[in-house]
Ligand binder design. Structure first.
Ligand code: AMP
Length: 334
């Protein structure tokens, strides 16, 4: 089986965009690939954050991924495998300053800091090094494939360049060249502003918690914007498209087909569409929410199992570091 690596930052609660756009796919890939999934807390340190919330969010994300069906044995917490940081250092020596300066995510995030805090904003070197850490995440497990969205393509290409340069410099085809694994995943828009992608950074109205309370989910769908006023005649508005997209993502195809037939006949009632979407989401969420509550009731055991799986994953990372240290001329660790 080919190796797949993917990672998610511990942002706290998962929203339905994360689920349909990433996590659901992780769960499926476990059937056909040898998967390792990281909750990447080192990465979350590259933007301003609070220590106590980072730790809380790391566990929250871990528990929520488990509730969605990611297997504990495939998961690890990045900082419990400190070899990621060591490999980052080694790989930084075969990464050029120019390459990192060209990364659009660095440009976007440093601009975001300047927009929030003015020209004097502190832009940490960690933000600049982010893609090298990401390359280490991928290469350390000899990943063949990385499921990525368009926004991460540039970083994956950099990982391949780093692997190639390392192999060339140290005279061995050691690191694999990780390829993107594209899967058709829906892009979910904000219910409050369907011209933008669902995201936590936009504010509370703009995302729907995956493991949220059913009444709140219903309320949010009920108040979803359907007409933005600028949709050309005869075209479906972005808000309505988004609701249909969610319905399809929940695989409520009977409701989808019948509501779409209403739309085509010019007889669609938005209230009926919203009710259908809210029902579909609640059906999807309920069992996962039950899983989540059961996991929380058994917190200590679950945390232990993740520490164990992180330790098992760490052995693979340590093996890589033993080989890498030898290749680059560092002494073996006793
Ligand atoms: P983020 O924390 O925003 O980087 O998101 C984590 C994962 O969820 C990434 O793989 C994103 O591609 C995915 N994701 C985030 N927001 C959305 C969205 N609105 N629709 C679809 N996928 C999303």
């Amino acid at each position: 089986m080919k190796n797949v690596l993917s990672a998610i930052q511990p942002t706290g609660d998962l929203h339905i965009g994360n689920y349909f756009g990433a996590v659901q796919n992780w769960v499926r890939l476990q059937e056909n690939y040898n998967c390792v999934y990281g909750v990447v807390d080192y990465h979350s340190m590259t933007m301003p954050y609070k220590a106590a919330s980072l730790l809380e969010n790391t566990w929250k994300m871990t528990f929520q991924l488990l509730a969605c069906g990611v297997k504990a044995e495939n998961m690890f917490i990045q900082s419990l495998v400190p070899e990621h940081a060591e490999l980052t250092w080694i790989l930084s020596t075969v990464t050029s300053y120019g390459e990192l300066a060209r990364m659009t995510q660095f440009k976007d995030k440093s601009k975001q800091l300047e927009d929030n805090e003015g020209k004097e904003a502190f832009v940490g070197a960690g933000l600049f090094f982010y893609p090298v850490l990401q390359a280490a995440d991928i290469l350390i497990y000899h990943a063949d494939y990385v499921p990525v969205g368009k926004d991460q393509e540039q970083h994956l290409e950099l990982s391949r360049n780093i692997a190639q340069r390392f192999n060339h410099q140290f005279g061995k085809e050691y690191f694999r060249h990780p390829e993107p694994l594209y899967t058709e995943t829906p892009k979910i828009l904000s219910p409050a502003d369907p011209t933008r992608k669902m995201s936590k950074s936009l504010g509370e109205k703009h995302y729907i918690n995956l493991l949220g309370d059913a009444d709140r989910v219903r309320k949010q769908i009920k108040s979803a914007v359907t007409d933005t006023g600028d949709t050309p005649a005869g075209q479906m508005s972005a808000g309505v498209q988004n609701l249909f997209e969610i319905l399809r993502a929940c695989k409520h195809m009977d409701a989808y087909d019948s509501l779409m037939a209403d739309y085509s006949a010019g007889a669609l009632k938005y209230s009926a569409l919203k009710e259908g979407v809210a029902d579909a989401l609640v059906d999807l969420i309920n069992p996962m929410r039950e899983n989540y509550e059961a996991l929380l009731a058994d917190k200590r055991r679950v945390r232990d199992s993740i520490k164990d799986s992180s330790a098992a994953v760490r052995q693979r990372a340590q093996q890589t570091l033993r080989e890498v240290r030898e290749l680059v001329g560092l002494p073996a660790v006793k």
